[in-house]
Design a protein around this ligand. Structure first.
Ligand SMILES: NC(=O)C1=CN([C@@H]2O[C@H](COP(=O)(O)OP(=O)(O)OC[C@H]3O[C@@H](n4cnc5c(N)ncnc54)[C@H](OP(=O)(O)O)[C@@H]3O)[C@@H](O)[C@H]2O)C=CC1
Ligand SMILES: Nc1nc(=O)c2c([nH]1)NC[C@@H]1CN(c3ccc(C(=O)N[C@@H](CCC(=O)O)C(=O)O)cc3)C=[N+]21
Length: 301
């Protein structure tokens, strides 16, 4: 069995998460002296077990950062109009710092229009089209959390992203596409692959850094990785192993790729925890922007 605690090829999420949360905690403590920091509201529509796991982790992250966290579970039958009306009220509520719309939502709900209904200054997940648009202009302070977490973990290796060949596998709106833009903003040369890419291995083998967000266990094997490369595994897949036990694995065959790669992120314990920490950093950024916009009364004591 591999010992992740002492393997320097493993980029562990926990210390990165701890560093970011400590920075946010300091910011919140200092900010509270002059301007109130509102609460984060997490909205889950319908009860989905996978959602409950990361909402719990977000709640813990908020607690560690000193930010209040309000978990709301809306009925699965709620109408689109009611959702929009509630979000609109939240946009106007000065005690609400940021709004998190958890995915997935029931089929009758249009997630994009709800995402657009969240005011850009309260969009702590960076998912509003306006926030995504800012990334195109290299204004990356409020970026989607998972995409930002993968960049943070690459930086953790000490490598300079300028001029590196990065292959992004997966191009979803929530992860792959924004990650590609963040990587470009860092000066990397980015190739984006998806299900129609002819030879994934041909691309991935050239890369100094491979970032994977697909949702297929063991998609990436050792033959697809250049020796010494960085491998960032965003995938979260629940599998039943040979002993009949369910567990979480990423998109990378971690044990095999570890023998080739220079660095690799584990699943669990890699990108997931850092995603939560970035959400809190985004909350601090939102607070700064709301202050700058004159939304929050300054009350120096
Ligand atoms: N750790 C974290 O914080 C987070 C983890 N995740 C995890 O990351 C994974 C991806 O999530 P998400 O981006 O939302 O998923 P989506 O299903 O939205 O996107 C998957 C992407 O993978 C591409 N793809 C599918 N098959 C292949 C293939 N064989 N080769 C190359 N590309 C392929 C798809 O391309 P196409 O559209 O062309 O079919 C699509 O762009 C999931 O496992 C999810 O659970 C997601 C969010 C946060
Ligand atoms: N609007 C929205 N925002 C999200 O942030 C969002 C989403 N929708 N939909 C799905 C993905 C998935 N996601 C995770 C975040 C943290 C962990 C996490 O902390 N994982 C830990 C352990 C999890 C556990 O306790 O088992 C780890 O990987 O080590 C996992 C998954 C956020 N997502």
């Amino acid at each position: 069995m591999r010992d992740t605690a002492v393997d320097h090829r493993m980029i562990m999420g926990a210390p990165v998460k701890a560093r970011i949360l400590a920075e946010v905690k300091d910011y919140v403590a200092a900010a509270e002296r002059t301007a109130p920091v509102g609460r984060l509201v997490s909205i889950s529509i319908g009860d989905t077990p996978e959602v409950a796991v990361y909402v719990r982790n977000q709640a813990r992250g908020a607690n560690a950062a000193g930010i209040r966290f309000d978990q709301q579970l809306w009925n699965a039958e709620i109408s689109q109009e009611d959702c929009k009306a509630r979000i609109s009220e939240m946009n106007n509520d000065p005690d609400i710092l940021g709004i998190i719309m958890q995915r997935p939502v029931p089929d009758h709900i249009g997630i994009r229009s709800l995402q657009s209904a969240i005011h850009p200054l309260k969009d702590v997940e960076g998912m509003n089209p306006a926030s995504i648009g800012n990334i195109v202009y290299s204004d990356v302070a409020l970026a989607p959390c998972t995409a930002a977490a993968s960049v943070e973990l690459i930086k953790q290796t000490g490598l300079d992203l300028k001029g590196l060949e990065v292959v992004m596998i997966g191009h979803s709106e929530i992860v792959g596409k924004p990650a590609a833009f963040l990587l470009m903003a860092e000066g990397a040369t980015v190739t984006v692959c998806h299900h129609m890419t002819r030879s994934l291995a041909m691309h991935s083998r050239r890369a100094d850094v491979v970032v994977v967000a697909v949702g297929k266990p063991h998609l990436i094997g050792p033959e697809m990785i250049k020796p010494g490369a960085v491998v960032i595994d965003i995938g979260i897949n629940q599998i039943t192993d040979a002993n009949g036990q369910t567990r979480i694995v990423g998109d990378v065959d971690t044990d095999a790729v570890l023998e080739v790669a220079g660095w690799i992120t584990p699943v669990p314990g890699g990108v997931g925890p850092v995603t939560v920490a970035i959400l809190m950093r985004n909350a601090a950024t939102a607070h700064k922007r709301q202050l700058a916009a004159g939304w929050i009364d300054q009350n120096p004591r």
